[in-house]
Each structure stands twice: as C-alpha cells, then as structure tokens.
Design a protein around this ligand. Structure first.
Ligand SMILES: [Zn+2]
Length: 208
C-alpha cells in the first residue's frame, strides 16, 4: 500500500491485483495448461497504470489523498471455487475495519489493445456515483474505450469493499481472447489503452 498526501482526510482508494494466475487453464493447448500465465493484461495492466499515476502525482498531486493498494491472491482459485479467489482484498478489508475512504476504483484487465470498458453491473448498482464520475471524466479526456453500455456483474476485488458499504467501482474489459491462457503477453496490450485509463483517473481525481 502506498499513501499519497497521507495527512489529507478526504481519501480515495485505487486498487488492483498484482498476482497472476498459477495455471493457464483456459488455454486451447492442453500441453501448456499447467503453466503459470504471464498476465500482461490480467495482473500487469492495473499495476502499470497505478505506478504511472504515482509517478505523475509526484509533481502534480491529486485533489484527494490517494491510497494505492496492490492485492495478492485475486486469481488463485480453481474455476468456480469462489472462496479461493480475491484473498488479498478480502483479507485487507478484514484487517482494516475502521478504514475510511470517500470512494474507490479497482482496475483489472485494462490493457487490451482493443480496449472497451463497459459499466460493470454491480458497480452501477452499488457505487453509481463512482461510475458516473469515471465516465464523465472519460468523456472530458476523450477516452473512447469507456463505452456507455452496461457490462455483466463481475466477481473481483471490488466486492469485498461493496459488502462493507464502501463505494468502489470496477473497471474491467472482460472480453479478452487470451484470458487465462499462455498468450496473455504484452503484445496483446497497448500503451494507448493504459493511457486512456490513467488519464481518466487523473481527471477524476483532479477536483473533489
Ligand atoms: Zn484472471
């Protein structure tokens, strides 16, 4: 966890998972399904954006205090065994019972070269003001990857916060052909996609 402007009372949480899945269990080739994935998009992309933001904020601090949190064990479980996923965010919420934050965003799979982020359903239901803030910031920065469309509800690191009533929205493009395969490598990602997400977050945090 990294705290930017630690004395500021009005805070925002930005989180992502940094673990990558231990098995490429979705790979069409059975010979590689026991390999750990590279996770350029699924794991790497969110980390890349948050580290870039931290660097940008060294010279131009955000309007809020920001807590950047990297979660482990997001992608740990065998398919369908949900209790074994999201270990880091669940533990973090449990270990910080008095944590106060105005709102937050979880990034996951935001590096796809053909990036299209829809409004994830659980975020729309439980953190609509965060979704609204993000999409209006995206419009101001010209981030065309943010589509004005509903996306399916996802299980991800935002759920642990939403269950505690903390409004944390998920940004994800789940339509990624290389999901949990041996092919989730940097050539499937694009700097422009990461930049659209990063600039949108900078804009969303520019004014309280
Ligand atoms: Zn994953």
């Amino acid at each position: 966890m990294a705290r930017i402007r630690p004395a500021e009372a009005k805070r925002v949480l930005l989180g992502t998972h940094y673990d990558t899945r231990s098995w490429a269990d979705k790979d069409p080739n059975p010979a590689v399904r026991q390999n750990p994935i590279s996770g350029a998009n699924d794991g790497g992309s969110g980390v890349a954006v948050l580290i870039a933001l931290a660097e940008a904020w060294r010279t131009a601090p955000p309007a809020y205090g920001v807590d950047i949190v990297f979660f482990d064990g997001e992608d740990f479980g065998r398919e369908g065994e949900w209790d074994d996923y999201f270990l880091g965010s669940k533990a973090w919420v449990r270990d910080h019972p008095d944590y106060k934050v105005e709102w937050g965003v979880i990034l996951d799979m935001v590096g796809d070269a053909a990036l299209k982020i829809c409004k994830e359903q659980t975020s729309v239901d439980k953190a609509p003001q965060v979704v609204e803030r993000l999409w209006s910031a995206a419009q101001r920065t010209g981030a065309k990857a943010f589509a004005d469309e509903r996306g399916a509800p996802m299980m991800d690191d935002h759920n642990a916060f939403l269950e505690k009533g903390i409004p944390v929205a998920l940004l994800i493009d789940f339509d990624y052909p290389f999901f949990h395969t041996d092919e989730d490598t940097p050539d499937k990602c694009a700097a422009d996609s990461l930049g659209q997400v990063g600039r949108t977050l900078l804009e969303a945090l520019r004014a309280p």
